[in-house]
Design a protein around this ligand. Structure first.
Ligand code: BGC
Length: 307
């Protein structure tokens, strides 16, 4: 019989990225990928849509396990999506159980930030550090503390939600229901809105080059965002004291000005805090799918050892 494979599905607000890799691939470097696909996210009927995506991967190797990464708060211990601003049809869904029943193999459901962080820590910018906190700055803000290659999950598997640290209690309403979270200031939609109000057009992809060119409309927008991020980084250092901070996602894009400015503010404002090296993520937009596959391979090894 051919060697089993694990399937990682990284579900985003607009697309699902799938990677299939041999379950027994080495964990020391990114696995050789048997198949890779990108599909539109089935927003209206995500369970059926994800079943269809999982069943459409090439069948040369039997899929023995599926790991799904979700953009939202996930109770990873139970495989339940607690709240996903991007895919509200999944709110409260016992996704691991429902997909597992349909696919006939074990399914794990994890937060997208946890997935990306596992990959960055093993194969990307966190490699070489046994203690890193990985942030992904996009539509939402994802975060995860990775120690010795494993995410520190918290009691319910939902630790690391740095996007929901309050920066301004009187600020805008967040997708989580509270006010003035970091995400309401530096999430891509909020940043784009601030940039457009200041007279720019487009989102981070035009704001950051405009800032780099010294555009006076872009400077205060980036400074405010960097200031908010610096406050969150200091809170992170106070609570977690990570050995390295890795930052990826669309608003951390090259030339990394926003992140560099935030790091500079954090160092200037630190008192007792140890602000560790702050480095850009290196795996790009497939980090989450790679992390999902890696977690699948780890679970397969544990299951084999337990048999
Ligand atoms: C959610 C996180 C998620 C992040 C990126 C945030 O709004 O709370 O759980 O990881 O967005 O998708």
């Amino acid at each position: 019989m051919s060697t089993p494979a694990v399937l990682g599905l990284d579900v985003g607000g607009s697309s699902v990225k799938s990677l299939l890799a041999l379950a027994d691939s080495s964990l020391s470097s990114p696995p050789e990928i048997l198949s890779r696909a990108r599909t539109i996210t089935p927003l209206a009927d995500p369970v059926d849509g994800l079943v269809e995506i999982a069943q459409s991967v090439p069948q040369q190797h039997p899929v023995s396990r599926v790991v799904v990464s979700i953009p939202g708060i996930v109770d990873e211990t139970r495989g339940v999506v607690v709240r996903s601003a991007n895919i509200p049809a999944l709110d409260g869904c016992p996704l691991a159980e429902r997909l597992g029943a349909r696919l006939g193999v074990p399914v794990s459901v994890i937060n997208d930030g946890h997935a990306a962080a596992v990959a960055e820590a093993a194969w990307g910018a966190g490699a070489g550090s046994d203690d890193s906190f990985v942030l992904a700055l996009g539509t939402g803000i994802a975060g995860a503390h990775v120690v010795d290659g494993e995410v520190v999950p918290g009691a319910h598997g939902s630790a690391g939600e740095l996007g929901h640290i309050t920066i301004d209690p009187a600020g805008a309403v967040c997708s989580c229901g509270r006010h003035g979270c970091l995400e309401t200031i530096i999430g891509a939609p909020a940043l784009s809105a601030a940039w457009n109000t200041a007279g720019g057009s487009g989102g981070p992809e035009t704001l950051l080059p405009a800032y780099a060119d010294g555009d006076p409309r872009a400077v205060p927008v980036v400074q405010r965002a960097a200031s908010a991020l610096a406050e969150a980084l200091l809170t992170l250092c106070a609570l977690v004291d990570p050995g390295r901070i890795v930052i990826g996602g669309g608003i951390a894009r090259e030339p990394h000005d926003l992140v560099l400015l935030a790091a500079q503010y954090a160092r200037q404002r630190a008192t007792f805090h140890h602000v560790p090296p702050i480095v850009p993520a290196t795996l790009g937009e497939w980090a989450g799918a790679n992390g999902a596959v890696r977690i699948g391979m780890q679970h397969e090894r544990l299951a084999t050892a337990a048999r």
